[in-house]
Design a protein. Structure first.
Length: 365
């Protein structure tokens, strides 16, 4: 330490305490003033130099550079919904913009118009204006199959494609080619198990099929009962047999025999032995045991005269509910007598499932 500095320090401590505090305060004030002057000078310097123009010029240069690079590129028409990442690279789109496009599509986004492509984050006007005319959004044509309009002379009615003749099919609206193909298909052993099987026939398109679908009524053909299939064969006709005969069937005791007869009376008779499965608590296993031992004669069904039956008679039938019965009665009151049982379905008075179940019990006489 130099002698003058030691002298200053020695003199400093010769001052009184009050004088020393004053010197410290004065030195601190001078230091603060120096720092303030430096800060003010920096602020004034920054205000004197405005970098806005420089930044704007830099951005314009970058955009012009991008355009000049793109101008050397051979462009092609593309769909931003379908273009691959590799082809996006060939358009010289910045990498982060390309990633935004891909991420947008992967998240389920779709470009409905070229303007949507501009909305991608990072896509600037300069690049978009160059590639806009090459953007082409593919729009899948909206096609909806509509039922064909049939000749006014055609009267559609319910039919079974397994049984309808050539003449009946042509009356229903099938052309000769279609009707002949159906007949030939059956001759070769083919059969229709569901409505959609008709589409297998060459010449029947979806438009015509939609027109006739609700009129298709395929009857389930029960396999013939053969005595040799069951050594313990016992033939029981469900609509005429009594409880003493029913209890002889395997799995049928007095309780089930009584339930079968009660349900038979409610229905008006069985037209199919499969209706036994509708009997309360009647199992598939029991039905399997007796199905080859019984048959149902539909000739013995008790018919409901829908043009004369009232609410009480109709509502008694297990297949009809309150709304359906009221719909039938209101339709009859407004439109007069039914000329065909099929009118009930055509007028949507009951659903198709109910109609096919109840139809064997109805007549218009």
């Amino acid at each position: 330490m130099s002698v003058p500095f030691k002298h200053i320090i020695k003199q400093y401590f010769n001052f009184s305490k009050k004088d020393r505090n004053a010197i410290i305060i004065l030195a601190s004030f001078i230091l603060i003033m120096i720092v303030a002057i430096i800060i003010i000078d920096n602020i004034q310097l920054k205000s004197r130099y405005d970098f806005t123009e420089f930044e704007k010029a830099l951005e314009e240069w970058e955009n012009s550079r991008a355009i000049s690079e793109i101008s050397y590129q051979t462009f092609f028409v593309f769909d931003p919904n379908l273009i691959s990442g590799q082809k996006l690279d060939s358009l010289l789109i910045p990498g982060f913009v390309k990633r935004n496009i891909v991420n947008y599509r992967e998240a389920g986004g779709r470009f409905a118009s070229p303007a949507d492509f501009r909305k991608i984050y990072g896509m600037n006007d300069s690049i978009y204006e160059v590639i806009e005319k090459y953007i082409q959004i593919y729009k899948k044509p909206k096609t909806k199959t509509k039922p064909v309009k049939l000749n006014e002379e055609v009267v559609l009615d319910f039919f079974d494609p397994n049984q309808a003749s050539f003449q009946e099919l042509t009356k229903l609206g099938f052309n000769s080619f279609q009707a002949n193909n159906i007949v030939e298909y059956r001759k070769k052993g083919g059969s229709f198990k569901i409505e959609d099987d008709l589409l297998k026939i060459y010449g029947i398109d979806s438009a015509f099929f939609l027109t006739i679908k609700k009129f298709i009524q395929i009857k389930i053909q029960a396999p013939p009962i053969r005595k040799e299939d069951n050594p313990a064969f016992l033939l029981g006709e469900l609509n005429s047999t009594d409880s003493t005969e029913l209890v002889k069937l395997p799995g049928i005791g007095p309780v089930f025999a009584s339930r079968i007869i009660k349900y038979r009376n409610l229905l008006g008779g069985f037209y199919s032995k499969q209706q036994l499965l509708e009997v309360y608590n009647f199992s598939e296993e029991t039905y399997s045991d007796i199905k080859n031992s019984v048959l149902a004669d539909s000739i013995q069904l008790k018919k409901i005269r829908i043009n004369f039956s009232g609410y009480r008679e109709l509502i008694r039938h297990p297949y009809l509910n309150n709304n359906q019965v009221n719909a039938i009665l209101n339709y009859r009151e407004k439109n007069g007598s039914f000329s065909s049982v099929n009118q009930i379905r055509l007028a949507n008075l009951v659903d198709s499932t109910t109609f096919y179940k109840i139809k064997p019990y109805l007549n218009c006489r």
